[in-house]
Write a protein that binds this ligand. Structure first.
Ligand code: DGL
Length: 294
């Protein structure tokens, strides 16, 4: 496979986006720059303004690294920030929600789709709107799962706490009769064995990673090749502890990441944050207004 002229940026709040990174690494032969915002994980309980700031900062960081496009390998950022940051960035930015919805629509037979996601993603209504737009006859049951990301970031993907939390979130979806379950947070594929034991064999599980990577692949096909048969390089950056990220990533990927760089982000007080966002996006009107999410 041939290579394009610049790397692809990928970001998430932590290790979750590595599920998308894995799919990208398999499907495309490009340099990849991953950013894990581990100083701010979890994103799921943060306000839309905070998610906007974090997403903006990361995209800016990746722009400075001269990436060709960005993959928001995070449902919470895709739901809360992408409609806004896409307007201000000149680059293509791929999200994970539409690929997940596309796969779920293709998979469901009884039109009952369960979604597990962060509270921020569920409350944004992004999944619900997307199903409404592409398959209005689909019934959707979206369940916020605030306990899961902290467990995964601590490396706990099996055991009593994981099973208890999964039962708390999945039992009502199973009773409701879903035949398809969307993993609406990129961290959750790391829980796949535990989730499969609970939902059984008759419920299809949708992980948007592969479809997201496929969308990037298709887009790359339209660009000219500049080099041939180059071995791609992979960089990792985090806003928290590089050692912690390296440890967790090795646990989940089964190999050690060569080098993880540290990057400090500017922190803003709520008032400064409002002023900053207002300057960036003149149409932005604060956390209570959801008009820009549509
Ligand atoms: N992995 C992210 C998502 O897909 C972020 C989860 C979090 O940090 O709460 O939503």
């Amino acid at each position: 496979m041939q290579k394009k002229q610049a790397p692809i940026g990928i970001y998430d709040s932590g290790v979750g986006g590595l599920t998308v990174w894995l799919a990208l690494r398999q499907l495309i032969n490009e340099d990849l720059i991953y950013y894990g915002d581990t100083a701010h994980v979890p994103y799921g309980d943060k306000s839309r303004d905070q998610i906007l700031l974090y997403s903006h900062n990361i995209i800016h960081f990746l722009e400075e690294k001269k990436v060709l496009a960005v993959v928001a390998a995070c449902n919470t950022s895709s739901a809360l920030a992408l409609p806004v940051v896409r307007v201000s960035s000149g680059m293509p930015i791929f999200g994970v929600i539409e690929p997940a919805v596309e796969k779920a629509i293709a998979s469901t037979r009884n039109n009952r789709v369960g979604i597990i996601a962060t509270v921020g993603t569920v409350n944004s209504g992004s999944y619900q709107r997307s199903f409404q737009q592409f398959a209005p006859s689909t019934e959707v049951f979206a369940q916020g799962c605030p306990k899961l990301v902290p467990l995964i970031e601590r490396g706990e993907v099996e055991g009593l706490l994981v099973n208890q939390a999964l039962h708390e979130y999945l039992d009502s979806l199973i009773d409701w009769g879903m035949d398809t379950l969307v993993l609406g947070c990129t961290h959750y594929p790391f829980l796949l064995p535990a989730i499969k034991r609970i939902v059984g064999e008759h419920i299809s599980i949708v992980d948007p990673a592969w479809q997201t990577a496929k969308n990037v692949y298709d887009w790359l096909q339209g660009l000219p090749n500049v080099e041939e048969h180059e071995v791609p390089s992979y960089q990792f950056w985090v806003s928290g502890s590089p050692e912690e990220f390296q440890k967790r990533a090795s646990q989940f990927l089964g190999f050690t990441l060569a080098q993880v760089g540290g990057h400090n982000q500017v922190e803003l007080e709520p008032r400064e944050l409002r002023d900053f966002l207002g300057q960036l996006w003149p149409a932005w009107r604060g956390d209570q207004d959801d008009s820009m999410e549509k």
